[in-house]
Design a protein. Sequence first.
Length: 322
Amino acid sequence: MMRGLFTTVCLIAGLLFASTVGAQQDFSAVEIHTLHVRDNIYMLVGAGGNITVQIGDDGVLIVDTQYAPLSDRIAAAIAELSDQPIRYIVNTHHHGDHVGGNENLRLAGTTVVGGNMPGAVPYSGDGAQVLAHENVLLRLSGAIGGDAAPSGNWPTNTFFNDEKKIYYNGEGVRIVHMPAAHTDGDVIVFFRRSDVIAAGDIFRTTGYPVIDLAGGGSYAGTITALNYLKDLIIPVYGQDGGTLVVPGHGRLSGLGDVLDFREMVIVIHDRLRSMIDAGMNLDEIKAARPTLDYDPVYGATTGFWTTESFIEAAYISLGGVE
């Protein structure tokens, strides 16, 4: 049963996180909404993962790209914010709802080459740079994890250590790898002067954490990433104000929202750990409803990632066996 369960969870993940969009999805009615976050940082909401936009004299930097059919609308929304080209695209991980528009938005931008070299004359290269952890490239290229995505969606610039730093539009930008969390290629993007964090799918307000086992995710890594995210946030008072967080999905957030989500993840982890240690199998754990008190906020009975899907993935990640 264990092998069958793992196969089922991985199949769900594979169907959800394919890098191309199925023909059954209709994006014709999707609108791109723009929210001013702080200073020169904006949040775009449409279908798929939220996009974070940083604008300035250097150009435009965006975090994630949603789906390819929305690229024209996303580009138009960005053009309303700045007349500068897109220079950088940062991918928080490899899932199609966050990288599907990579190629379109990359080709809509340009890369400045040679501008930081003494005596060099800057010129514009073809397309923006797409930055990501190397595991994103390995998965999108099919080197690990199965089928390859179209090569136009692959990152053009990767890093393999803990962090990549760039200075752009007058502020330091930290791109920090969170190993084996939602996936094995997750990053959070911290805009230091603006005090805004793009968290990717490590944090979301719309449901239980998605643990992509096939993509290298884990429950333990999710908790570690949430602890790191929490420690980056400095509120003005109590849990209010201060650092703002753009989640992978859901509303603009602050420390209180992250603490609520983190507490839920830890409490359910401890309940499942206790049940597994007591010898309960998956069916018995499901019957015990370990998520019951959180279901009104985070639960789902339909869609790609239901409460049951979360419990199954968590059970596998925590070493449950049949």
